[in-house]
Ligand binder design. Structure first.
Ligand code: NAP
Length: 308
């Protein structure tokens, strides 16, 4: 049986791994479908302390991964499909069918990109519809693209995409952005970006052709419909916490975020850190901070229960 299994390899999971490995707990980290978490789908990270000139998201995660490995962290590829978390022995079942047992579990499964849910959008995912500008931006050289959203991610993605695209339309459902002013200013200063306020996407065009040809838009103020020719459609409308395997076992809020007291979940020996339990701050540094806290709390739990 493992001492501690950490699920997820974002900033929270890898920080929990560094701490539990240095505490000689020999952690096993389950690495899911998006190794490195959301930071691997971002560009430059300018607000992680210690990097005066910024660092690329994937590089930061690679360094954290190696740092955790240096102290003996083991990694196993897989996705947790179901689990039994009550009692002193926690059981996790992976998509491969393998079952793992641990005395403590730290859940750091993060959150995944949200989609609008339009049938045409769903049909074209991977064919011009994407939620990752960093991953796919370079495919859209010298063609127009659109980004939907009004938060920091939308500002960042729209600005990043101007490196490749001939024009970037930023579509937002309201008349003002929720993004931070510095990100809005940067976006506004970019002549390649045109903002379409009070506008919603009703359909992604190109389903027959199996490639995005444009968008059917509606201005929610005037009620007017229009079509916009674009070759790529980028979603930046926030994230959904990855908590499906824990439903019915751990308490969650109405959106699915795990409810924690510090990093303790509602079951003994089960801790959660990072975006899976944080709908407010959602920053790499706060995820890393809660990863550290979860590791220390897991360590104390193991000390207490092993000596009981
Ligand atoms: P977010 O702040 O939750 O913003 C989501 C945006 O998508 C909102 O503008 C929202 O519109 C819009 N939206 C949501 N559902 C929609 C729908 N069905 N149709 C159309 N629009 C929809 O998410 P985020 O931008 O991903 O940012 C998440 C967190 O990460 C934030 O705390 C942010 O500060 C942080 N972040 C920081 C950086 C950075 O500092 N470099 C970069 C990226 C993200 P409404 O405004 O109308 O609700």
């Amino acid at each position: 049986m493992e001492n501690v299994i950490i699920i997820g390899t974002g900033a929270a999971g890898l920080t929990a791994a560094i701490y539990t490995a240095r505490a000689n707990l020999n952690p096993l980290v389950i690495e899911g479908r998006e190794p490195g978490g959301q930071l691997t789908t971002t560009t430059e990270v300018e607000n992680f302390p210690g990097f005066e000139n910024g660092i690329m998201g994937p590089e930061l995660m690679d360094i954290m991964r190696k740092q955790a490995a240096r102290f003996g962290t083991r990694y196993q590829y897989g996705t947790v499909e179901s689990c039994s978390l009550e009692g002193p022995v926690k059981t996790l079942t992976l998509d491969s069918g393998e079952t793992l047992e641990a005395k403590a579990v730290i859940i750091c499964t993060g959150a995944s990109a949200k989609y609008l849910g339009l049938p045409s959008e769903q049909a074209l995912i991977g064919y011009g519809v994407t939620s990752c500008a960093t991953c796919d931006g370079a495919f859209y050289r010298d063609v127009p693209v659109a980004v939907v959203g009004g938060g920091d991610s939308a500002m960042e993605e729209a600005t990043f995409l101007t490196r490749f695209a001939s024009k970037v339309y930023l579509i937002h459902r309201r008349g003002e952005f929720r993004a931070s002013q510095i990100m809005i200013d940067r976006m506004n200063a970019n002549e390649k970006i045109e903002v379409l306020y009070n506008t919603v996407v009703e359909e992604v065009l190109g389903v027959e052709e199996k490639s995005v040809k444009g968008l059917k838009l509606k201005n929610v103020k005037s009620g007017e419909s229009s079509e916009l020719a674009v070759d790529g459609f980028f979603l930046a409308i926030g994230h959904k916490p990855n908590t499906d395997p824990f439903k019915g076992q751990l308490e969650m809020d109405e959106t699915g975020y795990l409810i924690t007291d510090s990093t303790k979940t509602t079951l003994d020996g089960v801790f959660a850190a990072g975006d899976v339990q944080d709908s407010v701050y959602r920053q790499a540094i706060s995820a890393a901070g809660t990863g550290c806290m979860a590791a220390l709390e897991a360590e104390r739990y193991l000390e207490r229960t092993d000596h009981a």
